[in-house]
Ligand binder design. Structure first.
Ligand code: AP5
Length: 240
């Protein structure tokens, strides 16, 4: 933990103001669902900041495990490289653990989870034990034909999860993160061939999850093919 004497007063004040603002926000437990490239990871940080939630992306957590070669990462790598889903058991475990973190106190955005009906059922069990449930599921609906250009043009800043696009959201300097000046990278599975497998997995295994939440009357469809700012407005309207 940082020694408070070393922290600038202005930083302490802004953190206090942030916490005060957060204490007045309602708790929210959200799921963002949609195919690869539909904009879940682009919209999540905006909603996270606005409602003081934690952003739990199973894809980001799995990539971090792969990069640090943990036992979980070693198990997940092969499926991820092929664009297939990793086992339900692996992802359910990481979400259950992540939800206990203090940053999830006001709620969470689940980005890329649940992706199978079995994961959705496990999530229901997990939340029931905590005496809570899901408030809203946003379905980032979009035609497959738009996604290849979005995926192949994407560049990410691994440590923050910030995402750029060569055409739709270019960084100020090509290949460099706007905030930290660190280099951007392309994901190994962000190519046209692996995208086909990822889309196939989405249509067969994840679309039934959309139906699962529609039946529970917590689903809102978002027109994810619109420009990023227009998608943000729709998301904000759905959550207000
Ligand atoms: P994951 O990391 O979750 O990938 P994904 O679901 O394929 O989603 P993406 O991150 O590719 O898309 P996104 O919707 O976040 O798009 P973004 O906002 O960046 O999963 C990866 C792998 O991990 C899976 O294949 C699987 O193996 C494994 N995995 C993860 N979770 C799992 C689970 N629960 N169970 C089992 N396996 C699991 O946008 C894309 C690009 O488009 C960006 O460049 C962005 O700048 C741009 N863009 C965004 N919005 C717009 C817009 N409105 N207009 C124009 N451009 C836009």
């Amino acid at each position: 933990m940082a020694d408070l004497e070393d922290v600038q007063t202005v930083d302490l004040m802004s953190e206090l103001l942030r916490r005060l603002k957060c204490s007045q926000k309602p708790d929210k437990r959200l799921i963002f669902i949609g195919p690869p490239g539909s904009g879940k990871g682009t919209q999540s940080p905006i909603v996270k900041d606005e409602f003081c939630l934690c952003h739990l992306s199973t894809g980001d957590m799995l990539r971090a495990a792969v990069a640090s070669k943990t036992p979980l990462g070693l198990k997940a790598k092969e499926a991820m490289d092929k664009g297939a889903l990793v086992t339900d058991e692996l992802v359910v475990g990481i979400i259950d653990e992540a939800m206990n973190k203090p940053k999830c106190q006001k709620g969470f955005i689940l980005d890329g989870f649940p992706r199978t009906v079995a994961q959705a059922e496990k999530l229901d069990e997990m939340l029931k034990k905590r005496g809570t449930g899901i408030d809203k599921v946003l379905n980032f609906a979009i035609d497959d034909s738009v996604l290849e250009e979005r995926i192949t043009g994407r560049w990410i800043h691994p440590s923050s999860g910030r995402s750029y696009h060569t055409k739709f959201a270019p960084p100020k300097t090509p290949g460099v993160d706007d905030i930290t000046g660190e280099p951007l990278i392309q994901r190994k599975d962000d190519n046209a061939e692996v995208l086909r497998s990822r889309l196939a997995a989405f249509h067969t295994q994840t679309e039934p999850v959309i139906e699962y939440y529609a039946k529970k009357a917590v689903l809102t469809n978002i027109h994810a093919e619109k420009a990023p700012q227009d998608v943000t407005s729709e998301v904000q309207k759905a959550l207000s």
